[in-house]
Design a protein around this ligand. Structure first.
Ligand SMILES: [Zn+2]
Length: 312
């Protein structure tokens, strides 16, 4: 089934109307506190969102995953949760623990590992159909709370701040494929790759992504390079932002002890909205700390240029 923004808006409203828990969380979101923090070339937001404690403190080790019922499997989902079939192998659901005013989760129809291989074209198609949404992907150790069940998420694009910052940033072209291009951006505090493709050429984006993917080192014990992905429509087509990562959580991640913070940054944080489930962390998070987080979790200018030089 082909999606569009109106259909999705109707779907979200219909689920909220019959699902008190989700309705409560979407309603609570309207009252959450948000502050702005200015970084060089990029203004980010910090959101104090107590309901996200479930996700930020999620245990994602193999043993914990095995002992819980997978909340993305159709058989375990609440009866009230309905879905829209998409693309032959995905189901569009509302996220009952939202960060965005409109927040979707889009799992694969089978219980299969969170891996991005062979799914970029799907992601680009999804972004171009969803229109006003940014589709995102959290690597299994980059914020995914269900690393054992492949899923995308999507949220209304006007919420994130990375896209406008990228519009003003210098793009250095690394490779092209027809009308699609791969570029790097090393002038912002967050170092990223950007793939731009005409909306009707999702395969070109996938080919460029594969070339980049092969150039990014895979940490020992991981199945794919660590990354977050954001994908959204632009006036010229669709843009895929690839954010390589080198660490799962900051060195000061934790709930106990002085200086610890409960932050588990994922695509949304990298997209410009840092989520803090604890009020003390919301108050403490300033530009210096955010730059420290980016420094610990993401790549340096030298590292991203090194990867670019290895793209074949
Ligand atoms: Zn599952």
């Amino acid at each position: 089934m082909r999606l569009n923004a109106d259909k999705i808006a109707e779907f979200i409203d219909s689920q909220i109307a019959v699902w008190p828990q989700a309705a409560g969380n979407f309603e609570a979101l309207k009252g959450v506190r948000v502050k702005e923090v200015n970084l060089p070339g990029w203004t980010v937001k910090v959101q104090f969102n107590p309901a996200r404690i479930v996700s930020s403190s999620a245990k994602v080790d193999a043993k914990s995953l095995k002992e819980r019922k997978c909340f993305l499997c159709g058989a375990n989902r609440p009866e009230v949760q309905e879905g829209i079939e998409w693309g032959g192998r995905y189901t569009v659901l509302i996220n009952p623990f939202p960060i965005f005013p409109r927040h979707l989760t889009i799992p694969d129809n089978t219980h299969t590992d969170q891996l991005i291989t062979d799914r970029i074209a799907d992601m680009v198609r999804l972004a171009s159909e969803l229109e006003e949404y940014t589709v995102f992907y959290n690597g299994p150790r980059c914020g995914a709370s269900a690393p054992d069940h492949m899923h995308f998420q999507a949220g209304n694009s006007d919420f994130l701040t990375l896209a406008p910052a990228l519009e003003d940033a210098e793009l250095k072209t690394v490779a092209t494929d027809g009308d699609a291009s791969l570029a790097l951006v090393d002038s912002l505090p967050l170092k990223v790759f950007v793939i731009d493709t005409p909306a009707d050429e999702p395969e070109a984006a996938e080919r460029l992504f594969d070339r980049l993917y092969k150039a990014i080192p895979v940490p020992e014990g991981e199945k794919e390079p660590m990354m977050n992905l954001l994908c959204y429509p632009t006036p010229a087509g669709v843009r895929l932002v690839v954010i390589p990562r080198k660490r799962h959580r900051p060195s000061f991640y934790g709930t106990e002890g002085e200086g610890t913070m409960l932050l588990s940054p994922a695509s949304v944080d990298m997209g410009g909205v840092f989520i803090t489930p604890l009020e003390k962390d919301f108050n403490a998070l300033d530009a210096d700390l955010i730059l420290k987080i980016l420094d610990e979790l993401c790549l340096s200018s030298a590292e991203i240029n090194e990867i670019a030089s290895n793209v074949k």
